[in-house]
Write a protein that binds this ligand. Structure first.
Ligand SMILES: CC(C)(COP(=O)(O)OP(=O)(O)OC[C@H]1O[C@@H](n2cnc3c(N)ncnc32)[C@H](O)[C@@H]1OP(=O)(O)O)[C@@H](O)C(=O)NCCC(=O)NCCS
Length: 182
């Protein structure tokens, strides 16, 4: 995965009404493993990974990279919001050289249905807009992932294309004022 680009990292924690978005720490390791081992969280993301494999593979401080925010609610991690560069080899792009900024999100199921993902994503998008002024953000999600589709719409993403990948229909959207490609 390509680096997000020239940006000061980590930024000062982003505070929203109910959440803090911050860089990951060693105390978040168990929650990272939970996210990737959860059959519910991973339903539309290629399925869960075996817990024992994760226990071996996940580093002491997981997810330390520019653009990965831990969503912290009352001092505990409830999920992640990511802004990464979309791989050139995948379908779904806005520009020929690829590398668009792409939003991703995962929240532990016990924290669904309270608007936390929307609140966290809005803050991360605000941070991105300041760090990379004028740059659009893309998002790709399975059309069957209704919670993710609703969230994308709520955040202001609009459809650019649909295509099949990993044996499922994908929705590719953008959030910006720029026109989608022909
Ligand atoms: C995608 C995902 C983050 C969405 O989580 P979510 O909690 O449904 O999303 P939101 O934060 O937008 O919350 C919306 C829900 O909170 C409710 N809500 C309650 N209080 C709210 C508040 N104060 N503000 C906004 N919404 C609120 C909304 O009514 C809505 O409820 P509903 O689910 O009954 O319609 C979550 O399902 C997930 O982690 N999925 C697995 C990972 C995944 O598939 N990621 C996609 C990668 S592309």
């Amino acid at each position: 995965m390509a680096e997000l680009g020239p940006v000061a990292w980590p930024p000062a924690p982003l505070r929203t009404e109910r959440l803090v978005l911050r860089a990951s720490e060693a105390r978040d390791r168990a929650a990272f493993i939970e996210l990737f081992a959860s059959p519910v969280v991973r339903t539309y993301l290629g399925g869960p990974r075996p817990r024992d494999e994760l226990e071996r593979a996940v580093p002491e401080v997981p997810g330390r990279r520019p653009g990965l925010f831990v969503i912290d609610r009352d001092g505990a991690m409830i999920g992640t919001v990511t802004l990464d560069r979309r791989d050139a080899g995948r379908p779904g792009h806005l520009r020929p050289d690829a590398g668009e900024a792409e939003l991703g999100y995962m929240v532990l199921p016990e924290a669904w249905g309270r608007g936390y993902a929307a609140e966290a994503c809005a803050a991360a998008l605000g941070w991105f807009a300041e760090a990379f002024p004028g740059e659009p953000v893309v998002l790709c999600t399975q059309t069957a992932n209704s919670r993710s589709m609703s969230l994308a719409a709520r955040l202001g993403f609009t459809e650019v294309a649909r295509f099949d990948e990993y044996g499922a229909e994908q929705w590719f959207g953008v959030r910006s004022s720029v026109a989608p490609p022909m």
